[in-house]
Write a protein that binds this ligand. Structure first.
Ligand code: TYD
Length: 407
C-alpha cells in the first residue's frame, strides 16, 4: 500500500512493468554494470482521479547535464509549438503592454524561440543544462533550475508577474505538483493564464499505449485529475483542447478562480471520461490485460521473423521505447539496432536491453526487412519521408494501438 502523491489516499498498483531503467539514459558498455533500475508500477487513485507510478527515480537521475532528449528533432513538433505560441499570443497576449511569458521545461527552446523572435519578454526554466544551453544559443533566455513555489517567488521579485505560464510534456514529470500549482498561482498576474499539455490518459487507455508509462511520466493526466488538483490552489480549469501530439495529448487552460468564463469543452470532456470509465478500477484491470496481450503478440511476431531470418531494426530511440523493450523482453537478438537522428543517443545502447543506437545513415545504407516503429507518435512525419524504404519493399511494425505489420 502506498500514498497518493496528490491527495494522500492509499493506493495500490494494478500491474507492474517489472524492473525498468532510466528511459533516456542511453548507456556505454562501461556503464552496463552500474545501470540504475527501479520497479515500474502504475496505480489509479479513485479519490482525486490521478494516474501515477508508485516509485519514481530522483529527478537528478533523469534530468541533468547529459539529458538525451532534444525536442527539436521533429519538424512536426517545431510546427506544433509555433502554432501553440501563435495561439497564446492571439488569444491571451493581444493588446497587452509588455507581456511576459514563462515556460517550464523549455528544453532546447522549441516553443519559446517563437516569443524570442517576436521580441516578447520571456523566461525558460529548464533543469537539464545541455538542452538549456542549446536554447540560449538560439537567443532564448533560460535559467537552469527546477521550478517550484520558491523559484516562482524569485522570478516575481526579479522579473515581475507573468501573463502566460506555459509547459508542454513537463507537468507529468513532476511528483510535487502542489508546489508547481502554488508557484503558478503566485507567478501569474490576476488576469494571467497557465496553459500546458501532456499525454492524455483517455488516449492511453483507448490505444493501450502502455509505453507512455516510464520513469519521467510520474503522472498521466485526465481532465478530472487536473481540475481536482488546481481547485486546491485557487485556480480553475476554463478550457481543454485535445492534441494529436505524443500519441494523443490534452492541452489544459487554467486561470485564477472566477477570472474567466468556463468553456463547455471542460464538462464535455469530463463526460467523455466517465463514458470511458476512467474513474473505474475495472478499466485499469482491462488495460493490464490489454498490455499483456500486446506484449505476447509483439514478442511472438519478432520471434517468428527471427526464425524466418528477417532483419528487424528499431526506428526512433524513444523514451517510450524503453518500457516497450524491457517490458516485452526485446533483445538485440530480435532487433539488430535502433536508428535515431539525435547525436546524444548515437553510438550508445538502449537502457536496460542494450540494443545499439545508430545514426539514421545506418538504416538508410542497408534497409532492413522490417522497421519497428518505436517513434509511433511521429508516424505521419516518418511515413512521409520514408518513401525510398517503402519502395525497396521495407515493412513497418507498430504496436500501438495494436501490433500490426504494414508496408
Ligand atoms: P519522441 O517520440 O518525441 O519521444 P519520447 O522520447 O518522449 O518517447 O522521440 C522521438 C525520437 O525519435 C527522438 O529520439 C528522435 C527520433 N526520431 C528519428 O530518429 N527520426 C525521425 O524522423 C523522428 C521524427 C524522430
Amino acid at each position: 500500500m502506498s500514498r497518493c502523491r496528490i491527495c494522500g489516499s492509499s493506493i495500490s498498483p494494478f500491474m507492474s512493468f517489472g524492473r525498468q531503467p532510466i528511459s533516456n539514459a542511453f548507456v556505454m558498455p562501461e556503464q552496463f554494470a552500474s545501470e540504475y533500475f527501479f520497479e515500474l508500477a502504475p496505480a489509479f487513485c479513485t479519490e482525486c482521479h490521478s494516474f501515477q507510478i508508485i516509485d519514481q527515480p530522483e529527478a537528478e537521475q533523469m534530468f541533468h547535464g547529459n539529458y538525451a532528449y532534444f525536442a527539436s528533432t521533429s519538424r512536426y513538433m517545431c510546427d506544433h509549438f509555433k502554432r501553440f505560441a501563435d495561439d497564446v499570443s492571439q488569444r491571451f497576449l493581444a493588446g497587452k503592454a509588455d507581456p511576459f511569458v514563462v515556460e517550464l521545461g523549455s528544453n532546447d527552446g522549441i516553443m519559446l524561440r517563437n516569443f524570442a523572435d517576436a521580441g516578447v519578454a520571456h523566461l525558460g526554466v529548464e533543469p537539464s543544462a545541455n538542452v538549456a544551453q542549446a536554447a540560449r544559443d538560439r537567443g532564448v533566455t533560460t535559467i537552469c533550475e527546477f521550478f517550484n513555489d520558491a523559484l516562482a517567488e524569485r522570478i516575481v521579485a526579479e522579473r515581475g508577474h507573468a501573463d502566460a505560464l506555459l509547459a508542454a510534456n513537463l507537468m507529468c514529470h513532476i511528483p510535487d505538483l502542489h508546489s508547481i500549482a502554488a508557484g503558478a498561482r503566485r507567478l501569474l498576474k490576476p488576469d494571467g493564464v497557465m496553459i500546458f499539455e501532456d499525454p492524455y490518459l483517455g488516449e492511453m487507455i483507448a490505444k493501450t499505449s502502455y509505453d507512455q508509462i516510464y520513469d519521467e511520466h510520474v503522472y498521466i493526466f485526465s481532465v478530472a485529475s487536473i481540475r481536482w488538483l488546481f481547485d486546491k490552489h485557487g485556480m480553475e480549469l476554463f478550457d481543454v483542447q485535445p492534441q494529436i501530439t505524443h500519441g494523443g495529448s490534452m492541452r489544459y487552460f487554467l486561470a485564477p478562480k472566477g477570472s474567466r468564463p468556463i468553456s463547455p469543452n471542460v464538462e464535455r470532456q469530463v463526460a467523455v471520461e466517465r463514458e470511458l470509465g476512467l474513474h473505474l478500477p475495472e478499466t485499469y484491470d482491462r488495460f493490464r490485460r490489454n498490455c499483456e496481450a500486446s506484449r505476447g503478440e509483439l514478442i511472438a511476431l519478432l520471434t517468428e521473423l527471427k526464425a524466418q531470418g528477417k532483419r528487424v531494426v528499431g526506428y526512433g530511440a524513444t523514451a517510450k521505447g524503453a518500457t516497450a523493450i524491457n517490458y516485452c523482453g526485446i533483445t538485440p537478438d530480435l532487433v539488430e539496432f535502433i536508428s535515431d537522428v539525435t547525436p546524444t543517443k548515437q553510438g550508445r545502447f538502449s537502457p536496460g536491453a542494450h540494443i545499439p543506437v545508430k545514426p539514421y545513415d545506418a538504416f538508410a545504407a542497408d534497409f532492413p526487412d522490417y522497421a519497428l516503429l518505436f517513434a509511433w507518435n511521429h508516424k505521419a512525419e516518418i511515413m512521409a519521408k520514408e518513401e525510398a524504404y517503402r519502395a525497396a519493399g521495407g515493412q513497418w511494425i507498430v504496436y500501438v494501438p495494436k501490433v500490426e505489420v504494414f508496408s
